[in-house]
Design a protein. Structure first.
Length: 331
């Protein structure tokens, strides 16, 4: 026999519907009127770097589009964690955004002090694209292809060395994933930055480096370095004749690139998130923006909010497993 719902139950249901309707009514105007004041875009690295440059290109366009300033602020320290933590604790109102790169997904696996989580504490806005690394070697190394490098590494004692800009950087991840996927031993030689690492590679003190394409190409053209492959899943438009690591070494799961995008604090209203996501997609399609980003070595690969959220989650899981398998202990 069916029973009539209690008055209390009906009242709770009515209240829930009322609250949902109120939330929707409040969110819609918020998206339509957004932004009503300046928006902060936090870059967790120093000014002048690629992350900073990309953030400023997009922020300038957003300022023009909305008629409100999108102000880039550099909050540096702890490998990007200080700026990231600041945004995680900011009001989820759409007025504080964070410019992100691979360290956003990698840092929690490398630093014990980090309390923020890239999936739990943030909501994606949009992904812009990525900069591929190029596996380059000193010309003295007896390896002219990626397959020859892997074969040489398998029989080399002591292990071949590779230079990086430091622990957890894209250079490091590129080399570590190569070692794991190809089942070879490579000796990691970390430096304080790409410039210092590149200098030792050019002098022959180290054998190999997964180097940012914009830095690698001039030295490859001059003959000071030899390019073997690009680290991303697709060939680079800047070097279309250069194979990927995946195809050249028959490592289908190999894919590494320095990606970029914007995220916001978790619980940022969905209408604001979607509005920013859609407008950034239009900005990325503008020819002058495309030219500026490509001058930084970027391959445009726009992702909407949902796609970028999923991508960050996958990157976090992927690199957490790589770091664990490598036996790298968090600092």
């Amino acid at each position: 026999m069916q029973t009539i719902p209690s008055l209390a139950h009906a009242a709770r249901a009515l209240l829930a519907c009322s609250l949902a309707a109120t939330a929707l009514a409040q969110a819609q105007p918020q998206a339509e009127g957004y932004p009503t004041k300046p928006v902060k875009v936090i870059v967790p690295f120093s000014a002048g770097g690629v992350v900073d440059s990309v953030a400023r290109i997009i922020s300038d366009k957003l300022s023009t589009q909305y008629g409100k300033p999108f102000i880039v602020e550099n909050k540096t320290g702890a490998g990007g964690s200080i700026g990231t933590d600041y945004v995680a604790k900011s009001a989820p109102d759409g007025y504080t955004l964070l410019a992100v790169s691979p360290s956003h997904a990698v840092a929690p696996a490398l630093q014990k002090s980090i309390t923020w989580n890239p999936v739990r504490d943030f909501k994606a806005i949009a992904g812009f694209g990525y900069v591929p690394n190029i596996i380059v070697v000193h010309p003295s190394l007896q390896a002219k292809t990626m397959a020859e490098f892997v074969a040489l590494a398998k029989k080399s004692a002591p292990p071949l060395t590779y230079a990086t800009a430091g622990l957890g950087t894209s250079n490091h991840l590129s080399g570590e994933l190569l070692a794991q996927e190809a089942h070879i031993a490579l000796a990691h030689v970390p430096y304080k930055g790409q410039s210092e690492a590149l200098n030792d590679l050019l002098s022959g003190r180290v054998n190999m480096m997964p180097l940012t394409s914009a830095l690698a190409i001039p030295h490859v053209k001059s003959g000071k370095l030899r390019a073997l492959a690009v680290t991303t899943a697709k060939r680079s438009s800047a070097s279309p004749d250069l194979p990927t690591v995946a195809e050249a070494a028959q490592l289908p799961r190999y894919n590494v690139g320095t990606w970029f995008g914007f995220v916001a604090p978790a619980n940022t209203p969905a209408p604001v998130q979607q509005k920013l996501s859609a407008d950034i997609a239009q900005i990325l399609a503008q020819p002058d923006v495309k030219t500026k980003l490509e001058s930084l070595g970027m391959e445009l690969a726009p992702q909407n909010a949902e796609q970028f959220d999923s991508f960050i989650a996958q990157e976090s899981e992927k690199w957490g497993q790589v770091i664990q398998q490598a036996g790298i202990e968090p600092n």
